[in-house]
Design a protein around this ligand. Structure first.
Ligand code: NAP
Length: 333
């Protein structure tokens, strides 16, 4: 039996992703041995961090070598199993990689919640939702009445952050690209206000919307937007650095945010984090997120593209802002 796989063909350092960074190959799938199972990938999930993994700039994960199967999360169905850890016919989420078929012993795979759409395991119950929860509650510590400002707000992580902030009694303001995303933030995700950074002056709008300053910044973007948010922080603000997607495709490091000294005047803190540091808490946090989704207090949207051959192009959507919510790719029925 054979499978298609996407391999890493080049390290995309200091530039946008290109088609030639990936190579499509066909390989034999080994027979599952004792303690192993054969799985078919049904969905792949996409994260901006995958570009960093391809570049080998991140030191919190093992380096990727040219010729490696593209690393990435997915949801797979167990087709044949020699282990009680993976039950035949059931769906599991984990690091499948960009392959249509795989053999696994189940390490790192979690069974999908049967009461929710399976793609929830890649989005609101996956790394995305866990990142939103950990960054917001462990670093941002929003209190009732606080103003929380989120960049990349209409994305998979950002849209969850705003809703969790609201559930904690805070006011949520989102910054996103385009009128449609801003409308979705207000009408579906329950944000109190939205700023379209492609059409509005961000700093001036923040000043208008946050007259008493920003208590919690949750930044997914970096660059000029981070600088604008730093310029408007309140006394005692917590600035959470989750990501910096505005620089992931450029070779030039942005100049330091000139408004950083406001952290001194406002006695603020700025901290970054890697969500994997709380991995031992993931099952408990996932249960709480699932509870909020089932109660209708946490909505999420999934942007589903089709076809295994489109995996590289689907990853690229994250960097052009084409994705509407969590980016996934359906690769089998
Ligand atoms: P996402 O927000 O669903 O998708 C990426 C979004 O980024 C795009 O839709 C686009 O939205 C925005 N974007 C792209 N290029 C941009 C640019 N040059 N300037 C401003 N915005 C840009 O992706 P996600 O998976 O939820 O990830 C969000 C962030 O969380 C990323 O920075 C990621 O690296 C970070 N993250 C961090 C951790 C951690 O442990 N620290 C874990 C997971 C994710 P617009 O159309 O609004 O521009």
């Amino acid at each position: 039996m054979q499978t298609r796989q996407w391999l890493l063909a080049d390290h995309p350092r200091g530039r946008p992703l290109k088609d030639s960074d990936f190579e499509l190959v066909v390989r034999e799938v080994p027979e599952p041995g004792p303690g192993q199972a054969l799985l078919q990938t049904i969905w792949l999930g996409f994260d901006p961090a995958q570009k960093g993994w391809m570049e080998n700039v991140a030191d919190y994960v093992a380096p990727m070598k040219l010729g490696d199967v593209m690393r990435g999360s997915g949801i797979a169905r167990v087709v044949r199993s020699n282990t009680p850890r993976l039950v035949e016919g059931e769906l599991y989420a984990g690091l499948t990689g960009w392959t249509e078929w795989l053999v696994s012993d189940g390490a790192g795979f979690e069974r999908a919640d049967p009461d929710l759409p399976p793609t929830a395991m890649l989005s609101v119950l996956g790394t995305t939702g866990l990142t939103a929860w950990c960054g917001l509650f462990k670093l941002g510590e929003p209190k009732p009445g606080d103003t929380v400002v989120v960049s990349g707000a209409a994305g998979a992580t950002g849209s969850t952050v705003g809703q969790l902030a609201k559930a904690a009694g805070a006011r949520a303001i989102g910054i996103a690209g385009g009128a449609e995303k801003c409308r979705w933030l207000l009408e579906e995700a329950g944000y109190d206000a939205a700023i379209d950074y492609k059409a509005e002056p961000v700093r001036a709008r923040l000043r208008e919307l946050c007259p008493a300053g920003i208590d919690v910044v949750f930044d997914n973007v970096g660059g000029a937007i981070l600088n604008d948010m730093l310029g408007e922080i309140a006394t005692g603000a917590r600035v959470v650095i989750c990501g910096g997607i505005s620089r992931y495709e450029t070779g030039v490091m942005p100049a330091g945010p000139e408004n950083y000294f406001n952290l001194v005047f406002r006695r603020g803190t700025m901290r970054g984090f890697i969500v994997l540091d709380w991995a031992n808490e993931f099952p408990a946090i996932r249960r709480r997120l699932a509870g909020l989704v089932k109660d209708g207090r946490l909505v999420f949207r999934v942007d589903e593209q089709q076809g295994f051959e489109n995996a590289p192009r689907t990853l690229m959507r994250l960097f052009t802002g084409e994705n509407r919510g969590k980016q996934v790719l359906k690769v089998a029925d």
